[in-house]
Write a protein of this length. Sequence first.
Length: 242
Amino acid sequence: MCVSMADDFDSDIIHDAFSTPRGIEPCVLGTPMARSLESVESYGWLSETFKSAVSRGAGFEPERRNPFWKGEGEVPMGEMVVLDEEVLQGLKRRFCVEGGRAELIRRCHDGSPVYKLRHQMDRMFYAVKVTPIASLNPHEIPATSTLSTAPHIVEYYNSWASNSYAFIQLESAFPVQTLPDPVAAYAAVRALHKAGYCHTQISRESFVSTCLEEVKLADFSMCVEYTPEDALADLLALKDMM
C-alpha cells in the first residue's frame, strides 16, 4: 500500500499542489486578510476586539498561544484535569462537568487542550477544544465547519465563546494508534485544499480515531489559506508520513 501511495504521489503531486482549488478564484488567493475577515464575520460570537485585530492585520499570534496552559503539558493524555473557572463557565451549561474536571484526550498543534465531555441534552460524548480567543486562528473554525461533511475529516458540531475563551465541539476522537489508510488520508488532504485551505502540520498527530475506529484528519489550528507552496508541503509531509 505504501509503495503504491508513493508512486501515485510521484506522478501527481506537483500538478495537485499547484492546481487552483475548485471554487476559489486565483485573485482571492492573494488577499488572505480579506478572506480572514470574511470568515470571522460568519461567526457572530467572535468579539469586536478580535475582529478589529484581524482587520489590522494582526491575525492570531503564535507567541501568545494559550498562556494559561503553561505547566499542563506534563499531564498525560487520558488524565482528568481541573478546569479553570472561566473555562468551566463556558462548558457547564452544555456539558456534564462533574467536580470541575474533564478528561484530556489530546492536545492540538497550537497547544490547545481537547477534552472528552458528555452533552447534557443528547448524553453523547464529544471532543471539545478550548482556546483563548486571542490565540484563535481565524481560519480554524471556517475550515473545520466547511469540511465537516467531507469523508475522512473529523465532524464539526458547534462553536461558541465565553469570557476570553473559544470552544469548538467536535465528534469524539482520540490519537491514532496506527497510520491512517493512505488513500483516505490523501482524500482528506485534497478535500482541504479544494476548500481553499492548507493544513501546514500534516503528521501522525494530525489524525484521530473515532469510536467507530475510523481514522480522520483533524486539528486545523495552524491552517492557512491555500497556496501552491503550502499545498505541496502538505502532500510531501503526507508522503513522508506514510
